[in-house]
Design a protein around this ligand. Structure first.
Ligand SMILES: [Zn+2]
Length: 203
């Protein structure tokens, strides 16, 4: 992992390390990864290290709780896995770890190929708020934090002159109720081009 991190950084690149196991996630942080993907179980020492190093945490709560199309009962390994993730996220939020919102690709695709890729993206924000973030913190995890992680803080993550015009308009106030970012999206602009416009249909 260290060799991978050093090589990436020598080349001026960022490196994410994808890890489900406890020791793998710990080692990824200690190796100096820019971001940790998944990491459902982290001990306090690893969480402290992430705060100190500024490691971004992409816990994929929704993905890790995904039942893969079957009923999930308490005690089922997939339930325990998701529950561990949620509890780790609660501790990491309290400790002040920097979060980014990620989806791990096609969790929903296991359920049905009819479901659009990465639909679980937005549900992630609801989990973050349930785990203890303010809606503002959750939105930062989907905007300015990933822009910083990618080294693109001058181009992405804000609505400002000189930035990519990637904008989502929702009905309601996402700073009061983050659910509207999932349930009430009315308008989407991608790089200055309107991709979705439901403003006329909604009241
Ligand atoms: Zn993954």
């Amino acid at each position: 992992m260290k060799a991978g991190v050093e090589t990436a950084h020598e080349l001026g690149l960022k490196i994410a390390i994808h890890s489900y196991g406890f020791s793998g996630a710990r080692d990824a942080v200690l190796a100096g990864a820019d971001s940790l993907e998944h990491g459902p179980i982290l001990d306090d020492a690893t969480i402290r290290e992430m705060v100190k190093r500024g490691t971004f945490y992409d816990p994929t709560v929704d993905h890790n709780r995904n039942p893969f199309g079957r009923p999930v009962v308490v005690g089922d390994p997939i339930w325990t896995f998701g529950d561990n993730t949620f509890k780790t996220v609660q501790r990491a939020i309290k400790a002040g770890v920097k979060f980014v919102m990620g989806v791990d690709g096609a969790a929903d695709q296991f359920v049905s190929t009819e479901i659009p890729y990465t639909r679980n993206a937005t549900r992630e924000l609801i989990w973050y708020v349930k785990a203890g973030m303010t809606p503002t913190q959750a939105l930062a995890a989907a905007t300015i934090n990933p822009a910083a992680l990618l080294g693109k803080e001058k181009e992405l993550g804000k609505v400002e002159p000189g930035f990519f015009a990637d904008i989502v308009a929702v009905e309601g106030d996402p700073l009061k109720d983050v659910d509207v970012t999932v349930t009430k999206v009315r308008w989407v602009m991608k790089a200055g081009k309107v991709m979705v416009d439901q403003t006329k249909e909604s009241k």
